[in-house]
Design a protein around this ligand. Structure first.
Ligand SMILES: C[S@@+](CC[C@H](N)C(=O)[O-])C[C@H]1O[C@@H](n2cnc3c(N)ncnc32)[C@H](O)[C@@H]1O
Length: 214
């Protein structure tokens, strides 16, 4: 396990999401903003036949609960570091195992899982540390699927935020591939999340595999 040097940033993120948790489940917010990325992740898990799955930064647990109900794997873990979000998640399902932990320091033994997924939260993470941790907890051949906000063209503001405020950086397609490869993953797929044409949101799913030999 690694330790995160970003305790202050993580504390601020945790406080914000505990405050926002009660409004997070609103149906139109979920349907138009969060669900398309979650649909893509479910399709990847179904295709792979994953059995031990963790949803990192699970929020109020909508995706972890869907994975449990729609795919019925052996075990689903929902991990988040906001107690407010986890309190909502616990009300949603008693079949998912909810746990409080940061993405950069997961409560699993090496090689314990065969899939790690995360949607709409990667910009909050210490990205290299989180991906190294995903690699550590995955068994050889295990799947990682990460969705990220990703403008089709880097705006000047995007570049500025990357330079000035690294903790909340939205990586480009190339940066995501480089981050995955640096953590030891082989890229299995990367494409834009399918959304209605009029949606102003532009996001990306990147899927990696931990090579069987490592
Ligand atoms: C926008 S919500 C996304 C929730 C869910 N994944 C979804 O798609 O609906 C972001 C979540 O990320 C969590 N989060 C942010 N940084 C985190 C970290 N470093 N480790 C664990 N959870 C984190 C927050 O507590 C919050 O619940």
């Amino acid at each position: 396990m690694t330790t995160t040097p970003r305790r202050g940033f993580n504390d601020a993120v945790t406080r914000f999401w505990s405050f926002a948790a009660p409004v997070y489940n609103q149906q139109c917010l979920q349907r138009w903003v969060y669900q398309p990325a979650q649909d893509e992740v479910i399709a990847q898990l179904r295709q792979r036949g994953s059995r031990q799955i963790a949803d990192i930064a699970c929020g109020t647990g909508i995706l972890a609960d869907r994975i449990q109900r729609e795919l019925q794997p052996d075990e689903v873990y929902g991990i988040d570091m906001s107690d407010g979000m986890l309190a909502q998640a616990r009300k949603r399902s008693d079949r998912v195992r909810w746990m409080s932990a940061p993405a950069e320091e997961l409560p699993f033994e090496d090689g314990f899982l065969d899939a790690v997924v995360t949607t709409s939260a990667f910009h909050f993470f210490d990205q290299p540390a989180a991906l190294r941790e995903f690699h550590r907890v995955l068994a050889p051949g295990g799947l990682v699927a990460v969705t990220t906000i990703s403008p089709r063209q880097a705006l000047p503001l995007h570049a500025l935020s990357a330079a000035l405020w690294n903790p909340a950086h939205n990586p480009s397609e190339q940066e995501m591939r480089a981050l995955f490869q640096a953590a030891g993953f082989t890229i299995a797929d990367q494409h834009r999340v399918r959304r209605p044409i009029w949606t102003p949101i532009s996001d990306l799913i990147t899927v990696g595999v931990k090579p069987p030999q490592t």
